[in-house]
Each structure stands twice: as C-alpha cells, then as structure tokens.
Ligand binder design. Structure first.
Ligand SMILES: Nc1ncnc2c1ncn2[C@@H]1O[C@H](COP(=O)(O)OP(=O)(O)O)[C@@H](O)[C@H]1O
Ligand SMILES: [Mg+2]
Length: 264
C-alpha cells in the first residue's frame, strides 16, 4: 500500500499521515513515512524526540550524497549528470526510526521553474519511485500543500492519492484539481479523507461533493489533536476516539487493496 497524502495547506495532511503511519506500524506493517514537504514537520507529528528531530538532514541537502550519486561536482553546473543514480541503499541508511515508523525527509528541491531538472530532483524522484516499487509493506508520503509539485512526479506510481479536505469549498477545490492531475499523471485512484468534522452536516456536505466510493472516511475535529501539536506530542498518542477513526480509514484502504487484487 503506497499512498500520497495531499490537499490544501493546513487541512491536516501531516497529522493524518503521521497517524496512518503509526496505525500501520502498530499492526506490524513495515512502514516508511516520507516527508516530501519542504516545510518538513512530519518527524514532530510522528513523535520523534527533539534530539533526533534536530539532527535530521534532508536528502536534498546531503550535497556529497547528491553529487556522488549523480556524478556532478559540487558548485559546478554539469549537464552530464546521471539520470539513473543508485538509490537502493538510501532508505536503509538514512531512515530514522521511531515508534516503528521509518522516516525519510526529502527536503526542498529548487526547481527554478517546472521544466528544471536538477541533480537533487533526479535523485529524489528516483528514490521515491524505488520506494514505491520496492517497499514490501506501506509507504505514506506527506506531500507539500497544493498541486504544482505533484506534476514533478515524486508521487507518481503510488496506489492512490489521499486528499485531505475540511468542510469547506476551498479545500474541495484543491481536491478536484488533484483528481484531474492524478488522471493526467496516471494515478487512477484519488480518495478523500474529511478532517476536522464538527457534525453530521459537515460530513454530508463533503459527501455531497464526492462520487460514490471516493470518501475513505472522516476524522472529527478534536481539541486534543491541536493540543498535542502545542505540547509537541504525536497526535496518535492523545486520543482513542481519533485513533478509532484512523483505524476505520486504514481498514477501508486494506479492503480496497484486497478488492483490487481480486479483480486483477
Ligand atoms: N482532526 C483535527 N482536529 C483538530 N485539529 C486538527 C485536526 N487535524 C489537524 N488539526 C490541526 O490543524 C493544524 C494543521 O494540521 P497539519 O497536519 O499540520 O496540516 P497540513 O500538513 O495539511 O498543513 C494543526 O494545528 C493540527 O493540530
Ligand atoms: Mg504538513
């Protein structure tokens, strides 16, 4: 099961990605969580201790690694860098593990426009497709807000995009754009998780904007989730109620996966 969590800024992508990762890990799956947001904060949501969190160097900032693997030399512009750098040992070497979840932090790729191909980007893209193709169990990618970066292809090849939405038109707008872009880049399945639901009306509102089968599930607004952020705790550890909602979503994902296997 390889999924990329997308959506508008602030809807709860990182919160959801962290909880889904920890839920899978608790059930014995091998989980790699990928922080693909340049404004990386998945480590905190996963509950990594501050010392570890502070020591994380994003892959794209590992200058020597990038230049060794892509055969470019630091500081020079070399058009002849490798387009197929070796990446298979990177997850093992650079994953930080806590609470059973292995975390890879990708960092920022300065693309200088959508057409730019730089060594960092080549390495990250290849690393992501390696993870998506080779990982046995679960990969959860916490994406940057919006959709522009999705076109750059780090999440291409995932089984599904999961778009987190709030009860509001603006985040649904982002969902529609992701859905269209998903089709364009060959990700057929785009699901929705409604987050910060206050009541049944919110849930009905989201459902009325979706086609049948698109909603994976709903997570209610929960004060203790926000409080966990303030206290620098993993939201997974604070609320049984929210964990149950995440479990239902995880089970739905597994059901869909099983249905899909049967139909193949
Ligand atoms: N179900 C929820 N109930 C209450 N607050 C939530 C919930 N989900 C997320 N939040 C809060 O919303 C804010 C943004 O969440 P975050 O996961 O960082 O969003 P994103 O990654 O989409 O930018 C955080 O303060 C988080 O604690
Ligand atoms: Mg985030």
């Amino acid at each position: 099961m390889k999924v990329a969590i997308t959506g508008k800024g602030g809807v709860g992508k990182t919160t959801f990605a962290s909880m889904l990762s920890r839920m899978f890990a608790d059930e014995g799956y091998r989980v790699v969580a990928v922080d693909a947001d340049p404004d990386a904060n998945l480590a905190l949501a996963l509950g990594f201790p501050k010392e570890v969190y502070d020591s994380i160097v994003p892959i794209s900032e590992m200058k020597k690694l990038v230049s060794d693997r892509t055969a470019t030399s630091e500081g020079t512009f070399n058009k002849m860098f490798k387009l197929n750098p070796k990446v298979d040992d990177i997850p093992e070497k650079y994953c930080k593990t806590h609470n059973g979840v292995g975390l890879l932090t990708l960092g920022t790729v300065d693309t200088g426009g959508s057409g730019c191909v730089c060594p960092e980007h080549v390495l990250l893209k290849r690393l992501c497709s390696h993870l998506i193709l080779q990982s046995k169990d679960v990969v959860v990618m916490d994406m940057e807000a919006g959709i522009e970066h999705l076109g750059r292809g780090t999440a291409q090849g995932v089984d599904a995009f999961i778009v987190v939405v709030e009860p509001g038109e603006r985040s649904l707008q982002t969902y529609r754009k992701v859905k269209k872009l998903g089709k364009d880049i060959g990700v057929q399945r785009v699901f929705v998780v409604g987050n910060k639901m206050r009541d049944d009306e919110d849930i009905e509102f989201i459902k009325s904007n979706l086609e049948d089968g698109e909603a994976l599930g709903f997570v209610h607004y929960n004060q203790s989730v926000i409080d966990s952020d303030r206290a620098n705790q993993s939201p997974y550890d604070v609320s049984e109620e929210t964990r149950n909602e995440i479990r239902a979503i995880k089970n739905r994902l597994l059901e869909i996966e099983a249905e899909n296997k049967r139909n193949k």
